[in-house]
Design a protein around this ligand. Structure first.
Ligand SMILES: Cc1ncc(COP(=O)(O)OP(=O)(O)O)c(N)n1
Ligand SMILES: Cc1nc(C(=O)O)sc1CCOP(=O)(O)O
Ligand SMILES: [Mg+2]
Length: 212
């Protein structure tokens, strides 16, 4: 049976935005502060480097009981035995990804609007990454922002866990949770903060408080 996953604070890594700190340091400190799941997102590096980073990330996160998700690349997820894969609307089709990854893996799918959420209803995605909620500079090719209203509307049409992404940070975490997100996915709100552990701790606390 599939393990139950805590999606509440979902770190998406970005080495160029990590203020010169290593990927390992970012993940280590984020996990110490309460990050519950990590996606390794590498848009520039070669496959060999991606595999090496993913293997090291898995070792570090396994020791902390934090699942590792690989962005875009099913081959790399399988090579290192990651817990799962995240794919978007222009990546490998969901059904192919699920077949390759197997029924036990976590497979997450990006959705950018209501129509894509409806299409996803026929799939068995473990979660939907909904975004961008707010405009973000971290992903220049992101779709238009859907806002809290868009997230709240999507919440009414699916029971699949929703992970909100796109300029989610400490100042809006509570309202994003109250609009219907099960978890918050962040890049700059952790990777680009001077004190990664404290940033993670503050976000985790804000999520817990908003859920009460
Ligand atoms: C949790 C989460 N949600 C959405 C995305 C975006 O995925 P995608 O649309 O495939 O874009 P890239 O991240 O591949 O640039 C995500 N990575 N994680
Ligand atoms: C990786 C990613 N995906 C998005 C989407 O909308 O699908 S927005 C995004 C970047 C999120 O970075 P930040 O937390 O720094 O805004
Ligand atoms: Mg992608």
């Amino acid at each position: 049976m599939k393990k139950s996953i805590d999606y509440s604070l979902y770190l998406v890594t970005d080495r160029p935005l990590s203020l010169g700190r290593s990927l390992m340091e970012v993940m280590e400190k984020a996990a110490a502060g309460g990050t519950t799941i990590v996606q390794l997102r590498e848009k520039e590096c070669d496959s060999r480097t991606f595999v090496e980073l993913a293997r090291a990330a898995k070792k570090l996160l396994d020791a902390k009981g934090v699942p590792l998700i690989i962005n875009d690349r099913a081959d790399i997820a399988l090579a290192v035995g990651a817990a799962g894969l995240h794919i978007g609307q222009t990546d490998m089709p969901y059904q192919d990804a699920r077949r390759i990854m197997g029924p036990e893996a976590i497979v997450g799918l990006s959705v950018e609007n209501r129509d894509q959420v409806k299409e996803a209803a026929s799939l068995d995605a473990d979660y939907l990454g909904v975004g961008p909620i707010f405009a973000t500079q971290t992903k220049p090719d992101a779709a238009p922002a859907i806002g809290l209203e868009g997230l709240a509307e999507i919440r009414t049409i699916t029971k699949t866990p929703l992970i909100a992404i796109g300029s989610v940070n400490l100042s809006n975490a509570a309202e994003v949770i109250r609009a219907g997100a099960d978890g918050l996915a962040v890049v700059s709100a952790i990777c680009s903060q001077p004190d990664i552990e404290q940033a993670s701790r503050n976000l985790a606390a804000a999520i817990q408080k908003a859920r009460q």
